[in-house]
Write a protein that binds this ligand. Structure first.
Ligand SMILES: [Zn+2]
Length: 514
């Protein structure tokens, strides 16, 4: 069965920020993990390109909205490629393929009686692309999020009968696994309890949008358009647009990983739309937390935005991926701290993992003819590194399955630390000076090298680059497809040539922008 993982389709109002980078790295790690477990994965990401805000931004830049979108979409593609993101699809909502799908979907909802013409009056935030709940008499209300004055709008819009789905949505959100983490469920349950209201799905004042077929001057509301991008991504490998085919490609076995701010759209509006269109709701929605920087919310006015592109260019993808996944509990808010970033990356990747590999391969080469040690008669299954390895393998698999990336990272690190301690306790550098201890040294070095190989294998979904470099230093094939064979103890050969040791991870240093 196909497992679908999606990041949000990111709004191209601006270049990528650390939050979208975080979401995408998490999606990527899960996608890589599932593939390693032998599951067929479709990992969808992309960009959401319509709406008033983009039109305004492009105008301010004196370029067409399409040119603006092309540029920002390319920035996303470049960043994901530099971060080694393994997405199968990259959806652009300006593609004709997507438009065809939106039209097909709209017709389905319409024939189901869920679309009607109505009048929408209210205070509107362009930033949120959303009507706010202020009475008409309110004087100059502002958006709580954007702190900008709202616009009064009174226009004819097409509406979607969300109110038809009250019971079905209540039923859906009461399911224990549907909204994750569980702490975010109550907020949604409380909102739905107040009664779902129909929402407008078209605009007459926004020209930068997809035209609603049969309704002149109406463009689709950007959320109606963008949410459907997930289905577009799913069938975009097909030769033509046929929305019926989403189930052939695995729908609804889908996990949406999103930021907590867009949970309402995904857990209420989206499933109702899907049911109306004749499809099942997605199986799970995970809303993760937000990142602050040194305890402060990042924003343009504060000038404290940490640019993920600059971070990546300065520190490389291993550092960025490791810090974000290892430092924060996925689901909760996190705080990016410069000193923690430098310390964690240097301690974990350079001192613990890098040093373990470097010193062990060096000793092995020196004492065993530039190779791994020879086989001894001592049974390795009695060794604590053997049991530690098995425990780490089990813990990492369990943790990533639950999206507990920090727990997975900690368990990999624990194995590397245990192996370092083993070396320090057994002191092969002293034993090698005693003739009759050569077998014991061969045994110890092998068992540490094999633990290091398991560390590298377990790192593969989190830090694919570092993992490959370590496996390369052990003279092993560095592309892992399915990993069940690789997680069996004892795959490292005896008397096998080892290349010249090279540091797999250089320590990182403080830089001015950080
Ligand atoms: Zn707003």
């Amino acid at each position: 069965m196909t497992y679908i993982i999606t990041s949000p389709l990111y709004y191209v109002n601006d270049k990528p920020h650390l939050g979208s980078t975080y979401t995408t790295i998490a999606c990527d790690t899960l996608a890589r993990f599932k593939r390693l477990e032998g599951i067929n994965v479709i990992f969808i990401t992309g960009v959401d390109e319509h709406g008033q805000k983009i039109q305004n931004t492009a105008e301010a830049r004196n370029i067409s909205p399409k040119t603006h979108c092309d540029q920002i979409a390319q920035t996303y593609r470049n960043l994901w490629s530099a971060l080694d993101i393994s997405n199968d699809r990259f959806v652009r909502t300006t593609d004709q393929f997507h438009y065809d799908l939106v039209c097909q979907f709209f017709e389905r909802c319409k024939s189901n009686g869920d679309i009607y013409m109505g009048r929408q009056k209210g205070w509107y935030c362009v930033g949120c692309e959303e009507y706010k709940e202020y009475p008409e008499s309110e004087l100059n209300p502002k958006c709580d999020i954007h702190k900008k004055e709202l616009e009064w709008r009174d226009e004819e819009n097409l509406f979607f009968r969300l109110s038809n789905y009250q019971e079905q949505i209540e039923e859906l959100i009461s399911q224990a696994n549907y909204i994750q983490p569980a702490s975010r469920r109550n907020e949604i349950i409380n909102f739905v309890r107040t009664g779902l209201k129909d929402f407008s799905i078209s605009r007459v004042s926004v020209s930068w949008g997809l035209s609603v077929p049969g309704y002149q001057n109406h463009t689709f509301y950007v959320w109606f358009d963008a949410l459907l991008g997930y289905l577009t991504g799913l069938i975009s490998g097909d030769s033509s647009t046929n929305i019926e085919n989403v189930s052939i490609h695995g729908w609804p076995n889908c996990l949406h990983i999103i930021g907590k701010d867009i949970l309402r759209f995904h857990s209420i509006y989206w499933p109702a739309m899907l049911i109306s269109g004749g499809f099942k709701p997605p199986s799970k929605i995970f809303g993760h937390g937000f990142l602050t920087r040194e305890g402060i919310k990042m924003g343009k006015t504060l000038g404290n935005i940490l640019d993920p592109i600059e971070l990546l260019n300065s520190y490389g993808n291993d550092s960025v991926r490791w810090y974000l996944l290892r430092e924060f509990k996925f689901g909760q808010d996190g705080d990016f701290q410069k000193q923690r970033f430098l310390d964690i990356v240097n301690n974990d990747l350079a001192n613990t993992i890098g040093n373990l590999l470097n010193r062990t391969t060096s000793m092995s080469r020196k004492w065993f003819n530039n190779s791994t040690p020879y086989k001894t008669s001592q049974e390795y299954k009695e060794n604590k590194l053997y049991s530690s390895s098995l425990a780490s393998i089990a813990q990492v698999r369990k943790a990533i399955e639950l999206l507990e990336f920090n727990t997975a990272a900690e368990n990999i690190l624990l194995l590397a630390t245990t192996a370092n301690i083993y070396l320090n306790e057994n002191k092969p550098w002293s034993l090698i000076k005693i003739d009759q201890s050569r077998d014991k040294v061969a045994y110890d070095i092998y068992i540490v090298l094999e633990s290091t190989r398991i560390v590298a294998t377990l790192l593969y979904p989190i830090l694919p680059d570092l993992s490959k470099r370590i496996l390369g230093q052990l003279n092993l094939e560095s592309e892992i497809r399915e990993w069940s064979d690789y997680l069996v103890w004892g795959r490292l050969g005896f008397d096998q040539a080892l290349p010249n040791p090279e540091p797999v991870f250089e320590k990182i240093e403080d830089k001015e922008f950080l």
